[in-house]
Design a protein around this ligand. Structure first.
Ligand SMILES: CC(C)(COP(=O)(O)OP(=O)(O)OC[C@H]1O[C@@H](n2cnc3c(N)ncnc32)[C@H](O)[C@@H]1OP(=O)(O)O)[C@@H](O)C(=O)NCCC(=O)NCCS
Length: 138
C-alpha cells in the first residue's frame, strides 16, 4: 500500500470511488473545478491510498490558517479494516501539524456508526456541546 498526495489528475478515479463510498456527502463543492481550487489552496495535504494499482482510499485535508478540516475520509468496501483509513488520517494530521495546525475537525452524519467508530478509535472526541449551522451563500 502506498500513500501519496492527491493530484487533480486523480480526480476521475477519486470521484468514481466517492460515488461508491460517500455519495450522500457529495455536492457541487466536489466538482473538478472546485476540487482543483481546494488542492491548490491546501497544497500536498490531501492524500490517496493506492493498492493493487488503483486508488482505494482518500482523505481531503485542509485548513483556514487556524483549524484543520478533514472531508471525504473513505476506503473502498473491499479494502476496509486493514488500517488503510487510519494510515490516511495519520498522514493528513501529520501534514496539518507540520503547518502549525493544533486542532482538526471532521463532520460525521449521526447515523454513520462506522465513521464514528473510526474517528473515536483514532482519538477524535465527539462534541455534544455544539451544533453545525450552514448557510447557502448563493
Ligand atoms: C470509515 C472508513 C474510512 C474506515 O476505513 P478503514 O480503512 O476500514 O478503517 P481502519 O481499518 O483504518 O480502522 C481503524 C479502526 O477504526 C475503527 N473502525 C473502523 N471501521 C469501523 C466500523 N465499521 N465500525 C466501528 N469501528 C470501526 C476500528 O477501531 C478500527 O480498528 P480495528 O479494525 O483494528 O478494530 C470506511 O469504513 C469508509 O470508507 N466508510 C464509508 C465512508 C465514511 O463513512 N467515511 C467517514 C466519514 S465521517
Amino acid at each position: 500500500m502506498e500513500i501519496r498526495s492527491m493530484k487533480i489528475e486523480d480526480y476521475d478515479e477519486v470521484f468514481a470511488m466517492w460515488l461508491i463510498t460517500s455519495k450522500r456527502a457529495l455536492s457541487s463543492a466536489d466538482s473538478k473545478e472546485n476540487i482543483e481550487k481546494y488542492l491548490n489552496r491546501n497544497k500536498g495535504l490531501s492524500q490517496v491510498a493506492i493498492c493493487d494499482g488503483k486508488i482505494v482510499g482518500t482523505v481531503l485535508s485542509g485548513h483556514d490558517g487556524r483549524r484543520g478540516f478533514i472531508h471525504h475520509m473513505a476506503v473502498l468496501p473491499e479494502y476496509r479494516r486493514h488500517h488503510i483509513g487510519r494510515a490516511l488520517a495519520e498522514k493528513a494530521i501529520q501534514k496539518l501539524t507540520k503547518e502549525g495546525i493544533e486542532k482538526t475537525h471532521i463532520f460525521c452524519y449521526k447515523d454513520n456508526k462506522a465513521g464514528q467508530g473510526f474517528w473515536t478509535d483514532f482519538g477524535f472526541e465527539r462534541r455534544d456541546d455544539i451544533y453545525d449551522f450552514s448557510y447557502d451563500n448563493k
